[in-house]
Design a protein around this ligand. Sequence first.
Ligand SMILES: Cc1cc2nc3c(=O)[nH]c(=O)nc-3n(C[C@H](O)[C@H](O)[C@H](O)COP(=O)(O)OP(=O)(O)OC[C@H]3O[C@@H](n4cnc5c(N)ncnc54)[C@H](O)[C@@H]3O)c2cc1C
Length: 1001
Amino acid sequence: MCVRSCFQSPRLQWVWRTAFLKHTQRRHQGSHRWTHLGGSTYRAVIFDMGGVLIPSPGRVAAEWEVQNRIPSGTILKALMEGGENGPWMRFMRAEITAEGFLREFGRLCSEMLKTSVPVDSFFSLLTSERVAKQFPVMTEAITQIRAKGLQTAVLSNNFYLPNQKSFLPLDRKQFDVIVESCMEGICKPDPRIYKLCLEQLGLQPSESIFLDDLGTNLKEAARLGIHTIKVNDPETAVKELEALLGFTLRVGVPNTRPVKKTMEIPKDSLQKYLKDLLGIQTTGPLELLQFDHGQSNPTYYIRLANRDLVLRKKPPGTLLPSAHAIEREFRIMKALANAGVPVPNVLDLCEDSSVIGTPFYVMEYCPGLIYKDPSLPGLEPSHRRAIYTAMNTVLCKIHSVDLQAVGLEDYGKQGDYIPRQVRTWVKQYRASETSTIPAMERLIEWLPLHLPRQQRTTVVHGDFRLDNLVFHPEEPEVLAVLDWELSTLGDPLADVAYSCLAHYLPSSFPVLRGQASSTYAEQTGKLTEFVSNLAWDFAVKEGFRVFKEMPFTNPLTRSYHTWARPQSQWCPTGSRSYSSVPEASPAHTSRGGLVISPESLSPPVRELYHRLKHFMEQRVYPAEPELQSHQASAARWSPSPLIEDLKEKAKAEGLWNLFLPLEADPEKKYGAGLTNVEYAHLCELMGTSLYAPEVCNCSAPDTGNMELLVRYGTEAQKARWLIPLLEGKARSCFAMTEPQVASSDATNIEASIREEDSFYVINGHKWWITGILDPRCQLCVFMGKTDPHAPRHRQQSVLLVPMDTPGIKIIRPLTVYGLEDAPGGHGEVRFEHVRVPKENMVLGPGRGFEIAQGRLGPGRIHHCMRLIGFSERALALMKARVKSRLAFGKPLVEQGTVLADIAQSRVEIEQARLLVLRAAHLMDLAGNKAAALDIAMIKMVAPSMASRVIDRAIQAFGAAGLSSDYPLAQFFTWARALRFADGPDEVHRATVAKLELKHRI
Ligand SMILES: Cc1cc2nc3c(=O)[nH]c(=O)nc-3n(C[C@H](O)[C@H](O)[C@H](O)COP(=O)(O)OP(=O)(O)OC[C@H]3O[C@@H](n4cnc5c(N)ncnc54)[C@H](O)[C@@H]3O)c2cc1C
């Protein structure tokens, strides 16, 4: 086995024969048993294996080193280390086992790099089926050599695998003689092994040709008198071998096969038609083969009277009106040929079905190469670049065609191409959808919002990829663009994007052409999911790109007021203006840039903000004392009538359901259609009062549950639960946490959801279920395990449980620092044999984790937005208090420590607000997944920041700050509780650290 060459076969596929006559002549020349050149007679070809028949270890090592970030050349150097007595050569002579070799070899590499090197994985790759595959060009050559009566042999330096079989990933039947170093205990370039091979062939050295990629092995062979060929790349080596042998090693029409019985066409009538078309009298027999591709429109190779032709026809049977439009293919190729685009020369369109049963057209062969594998294995980077440059050049040519000049203006609809494509994709996807693919759902929302702004109309190929191009055999030049079946008029960007797709798909990705075969069709679901995830990653990257390129918002435009007004004892201060420039420019919009000030919001959202502010000042703050007394009264477990009254008022003023992010509700079907950033400003304002979120139907846990229903609910689930929640007629709770397990890790939860007939039966013990005690609570969104044996994140499911289902037993309300938070409370509950119809499952069994993540994305940062509101209000209260309160002869505000506390609080609030807005903005631009780090950061920061700010305010208030005369004590309680309720701080810290280590090394 040779180690030096880094070349693989280019696996180029000959599509059309270059010159049929030449081939025929060579075929005749080669039809004798022995072949002569320069007086010598060759009777056998001997092949080395690695680097000649299969990729060399050096080549495999190069790929593996890139993947594993190992310095290039390390493996090769280590393989050569020690020469004859190095571990590699001893392994080849079977003096050490695979285990022994890997041990020694691993040590060697590790010493070289001063760090451990996973050589096992290199060895697995080297011997894997994917890599250790014979080059097709060599298979073809061996077939031809043997067809001429010559012998073939493989003479390989190879080794024993751990299963005690020798490593020889070849079809043994191809060779008359096989000599393996590990079996003989001798390696090339030891002359004995060559002699052994010749002996077994029964030949003299001069009667054989030896191909190897390693100079030292060739040198010894040449010394013995064997003719040698150095293999740098198999393709060129085969050409050299052809020259030596004097006959072609590649014949036949590649990618064709005999015509299948079901695909036969009447030869006689075709022959008659072609004679008329070509104007020829005598023809000889008509040769007909079928191309492997062209499942959609069957395609045939025809040879008649020395003419090489291609026939493409419609498939038999009833067809969809717009499909298989071969007339269009014919038309566009004819038109493009006139415009200088390289296309096969079309000869005739025959729409008369009586000739061969369906309409068809005929074109000339276009001899050349088709590169099947877009990674162009075995080619030099510069060669690859040249090929792709030629591909791009031809695409530019197609897109530059003057539609009017070539008469193609009516070849398709003009304009609006990409929006139409997106609509069509969505329709087609929905029609064939078998299960929900989350990334696809996100794309369906995202794409219409991010269509390219400028559009052009040109000819669009529709299936522009490398293997639809015929290349010149020696030059990087496209001779013809094939397969125009999907061509139309459209946006050229579509072709560009499609042609780039191969760059991002794994090489194993099956190519789907025309009507997919059944094997492919079976995999289609998985492929769709794969491509959806890939596309979503692009959407995320695009979001990041926009985010990074975003211009800074001028900080001087920031301007806002606090909520505080003097009338209420709860808000004992005047308003504060905080701006250098009083108003932001009205041209400022809230989409695109990061809006850090409510005054920079777009005019309609700014108006909404002011309406809400007015409502807070006029309706909410004044109602707080009464609402607070209700919570302390015996009637506290019933909703306050004042709340219900305020809800109606908020609804009437359009201050209702502001929370649902535009991204989840792009058509604004259910909510106000605000972006997360826009909502952040409004949510902060609502957060200044403990009651405002409920008054505006924007309070947890309903918001998260409503968003869950919008994103994942069926239409029936939405009708039953979402609508009453959106109308504020019902409330809901979310039941996940369990007393017996650490529920910060949701995979721990134990409640069971078992199937029984057409029901699910729930058993479990939950606690801290916010809102469950509220008499208006009609829905419990329940998380439990449907399959404890499934992978960790596929065990959980989410069920919608009506609160009036028998078996839900509320044990007690829990308190937070003694506060009950009536009427919703935080309940401890048992679920005993609770039977729920199967249709109440959300998304499907095993999807609970995924849903919980989606539910808590935006919902969780709403808490952070509100915490900024808590803090602003606490600071406003503190400032008013310290100005009016005298101690030791002067107002408290004159104390340096008080000033320091105020300054510290202001700075901390501003820092946290910026982080909230940044997270919200990133969620708008790139989605919740991309914003994961920012979401975790703000969840880590906001509650403790608020706790500190509120605590300073309490301190400045004196003992009054702890009483219920002011909102400070409650604010403090909830800020502290949110360090659990929103997931413990430590979990967010762990996320931040993990992402930091992953992405920012
Ligand atoms: C006011 C309030 C309302 C709530 N509302 C709801 C609700 O409506 N529905 C619901 O299902 N739940 C609710 N919860 C429960 C809340 O979600 C859980 O308390 C939280 O997830 C933590 O779970 P746990 O209490 O089981 O703590 P555990 O999981 O037992 O964790 C205990 C502690 O372990 C430490 N810890 C955990 N993970 C890590 C880590 N990765 N690294 C380092 N340390 C770690 C932390 O200090 C953590 O606080 C609410 C809680 C409160 C306080």
